[in-house]
Design a binder for this molecule. Structure first.
Ligand SMILES: NC(=O)C1=CN([C@@H]2O[C@H](COP(=O)(O)OP(=O)(O)OC[C@H]3O[C@@H](n4cnc5c(N)ncnc54)[C@H](OP(=O)(O)O)[C@@H]3O)[C@@H](O)[C@H]2O)C=CC1
Ligand SMILES: O=C([O-])C1=[NH+]CCC1
Length: 339
């Protein structure tokens, strides 16, 4: 998209537009507000594989009856440092928000707490779930599993989802240190974007329906599969994420849920795991300074930039000038919002 062709929209206006679309498609008012802020935040930050690109998928899943936009999550306090949430077949973010303040109370009381969400649909980036904890001085790690489209290292059948992991830590004098990455060589959303744009992928990311290596995103989407990043090492991380997000929470593994009866379903029905830590309990009252120190060492040693930096720069520009939407994307949103 050329900058001159872009339509710039303010964050609040984008949230209002997305909320209208969610409500029109059967999402309750409070759930729609949470989802709209999340999705608009991804677009604002340049997380384009999980911004407005996902709106047709959200709508399609809602229309198929696969996800309950009105679900009211149930929070269970199961131990001094352990909360469980049954999302009741709804989206994960409202389930997370239902437990969030209670989770922080537990972290403050115990130094650490775990949140296990099950029966939930996560269709977004993970950084919005962890970054706000770091803004409040806490360290947070979260993982979520998705839909089976990743073949285990050396294997022949997709078992894992693209299973992202996100981590956030306060960092003195700067925005928090945050990374958010799929455990597959590439996120499924980026494969869809490449297929749509007619771009090839880098070698080593996926296989076609015969298990042969391919750089063609369409061959991956049409019966092929993705590979874990970094061979057996990414494989173990993907497996750990299945264990934490599904076995531990009581959610489904990425290959376990059956959405075949819901034509148009796109949102994975799995689970999400969080661990949140109060770094003050480490007894090192200079925690955020120490984080800044190690980040500076990495930059001084030649790394171009830290994870999260591109996002924060994109956010800054979007807040100053508006969020750039291509005319096609703008039209797509208007069509979804119009009765
Ligand atoms: N809900 C779900 O089930 C799933 C969601 N996803 C989401 O998809 C998104 C994309 O994942 P993925 O494709 O793996 O992300 P990327 O590979 O684009 O980025 C991963 C991380 O690395 C950072 N990074 C990228 N390039 C550099 C660099 N040159 N130097 C330093 N840091 C860098 C990014 O920071 P920055 O953002 O600043 O560029 C980001 O924190 C994620 O938000 C993830 O949560 C993925 C799979 C499933
Ligand atoms: O990009 C991705 O891999 C996914 N995003 C939501 C579900 C899977």
């Amino acid at each position: 998209m050329t900058e001159s062709a872009a339509i710039h929209i303010g964050f609040d206006d984008l949230v209002a537009l997305l909320k209208t679309i969610f409500v029109r498609n059967g999402v309750s008012e409070p759930n729609a507000q949470i989802l709209a802020e999340n999705c608009a935040g991804c677009e604002r930050d340049g997380s384009l594989s999980h911004g407005i690109f996902r709106m047709p998928g959200y709508v399609s899943s809602l229309k198929s009856g696969w996800v309950d936009g009105k679900a009211v999550p149930e929070v269970e306090d199961v131990a001094p440092a352990f909360l469980r949430v049954d999302a009741k077949g709804g989206f994960t973010q409202p389930a997370f928000f239902a437990a969030r303040s209670h989770l922080i109370e537990k972290v403050k009381a115990n130094g650490v707490a775990v949140l296990a969400i099950r029966r939930s649909h996560h269709f977004s980036a993970l950084w919005p779930d962890v970054e706000p904890f770091a803004d409040e001085g806490l360290v947070a790690l979260s993982v979520v599993n998705s839909m089976a489209c990743v073949v285990p290292h050396g294997g022949h059948k997709a078992v894992f989802g693209t299973n992202p992991i996100a981590f956030a830590s306060p960092r003195a004098g700067s925005a928090p240190f945050v990374f958010d990455q799929a455990s597959s060589a590439i996120a499924h959303g980026d494969v869809q974007i490449a297929a749509r744009a007619g771009h090839d992928l880098k070698p080593g990311m996926g296989v076609d329906r015969n298990g042969e290596p391919t750089t063609d995103p369409k061959a991956i989407l049409d019966g092929g599969a993705l590979l874990p990043f970094g061979g057996h090492k990414g494989n173990s991380i993907a497996l750990m994420i299945e264990i934490l997000s599904a076995a531990l929470t009581g959610g489904y593994f990425s290959g376990e849920f059956d959405w075949s009866g819901h034509k148009g379903a796109q949102t994975p029905f799995t689970g999400q795991f969080f661990v949140v830590i109060d770094p003050e309990r480490g007894g090192n009252h200079a925690f955020a300074d120490r984080v800044a120190q190690i980040c500076d060492l990495v930059l001084d040693a030649g790394q171009d930039r830290l994870p999260g930096e591109r996002r924060h720069n994109t956010r800054k520009a979007a807040l100053a000038n508006g969020i750039p939407l291509s005319p096609q994307n703008h039209d797509m949103l208007m069509a979804l919002a119009t009765p």
